[in-house]
Design a protein around this ligand. Sequence first.
Ligand code: PLP
Length: 377
Amino acid sequence: MAQLFDVYPLYDIEPVRAQGSYLWDANGTRYLDLYGGHAVISVGHTHPRYVQALTNQLNKISFYSNSVHIPQQQELADKLGATSGHSDYALFLCNSGAEANENALKLASFHNGRTKVVAFTKAFHGRTAGAVAATDNRSIVAPINYSQHVQFLPYNDVEAALTGITDETCAVIIEGIQGVGGIHVATDAFLQALRRRCDETGAVLILDGVQCGYGRSGKFFSHQFSGIGADIISMAKGMGNGFPIGGILISPKFKASYGLLGTTFGGNHLACIAAIAVLDIMNDEGLIENAIRMGDYFMDGIRQIGGYKDLRGRGLMIGIEYDFPVDALRKSLLFTHKQFTGVAGKNIIRLLPSLAIGVDEADQFLEALQKEVRQTA
Ligand code: PLP
């Protein structure tokens, strides 16, 4: 029997059904989902409009390579441009976050002919060779040593950014809110300094919105809080609510030409229909406004419970840092209270619920957290 390559630790839970912010396992036990499988479930599990849209499309045509006209791509570009406030940007579609970042880095290098990348400590950009180098400086493919091209600067350090970005810098890649790295929010001053310095040096500013984008922060992209524009924005995760799709939004300063970028699966019918359904639901149900409202609700409740070292985040991207490892707390939330949460590092509980989450669900979490924090104290 072929074994699965054992690279992820697994909980002994088998979800077989899901709806809204809930999952059910094979024994019929219900779980509250405050994590959405790494921020992927944006409009809620099995939303009826989403299911209907995908089912309808599946019965027509699910895939053909993008050598033919796929009008759903243009519909997605139009809706994404309008919803995100980037109607003047162009859209390139791919299948995942790492792939989006890889295309962003490639495009930047084709654009200015440079190869040096500035990234930030505690960043996470994915698992392709280039994205890994920009995440933790490991080089994967000999003899091309990607990591030699990446320089790391401290996050939110304006001075380091100003001196670290030079006329040789190809691109700066940054998450508006660091997810895996611990829910650190970029300051306005820092993002504005990066924007200025990239303009001065001709470096391309890439905003990795794979985790913090798509409405989660309370704006479509979190860097929009800081009033800056990005040259390229990468997206994935919440974009398809579980259907794999990623993409980059590309500013008008980049010129397209045949062969510059390419993909087999990117922009297929089903992926586009999933992403269109997500945007329609987000717009019609006011989910970005809900992310602000419910983000405040979670934050207020967590503040009242106390017992933490730091509370960070924006909208429905929340990190609660404790001065102890949170592994036991997370396990109690899962096995005693039947609630899925995430972690970042050892000491941070990471919440990434569906943007449609309600007060009832938030209250269930706050009640469970209060019990657990009381027991720990
Ligand atoms: N960028 C960020 C900020 C991420 O959090 C992730 C995944 O966690 C990625 C990129 C990579 O995305 P994917 O796993 O879809 O390749």
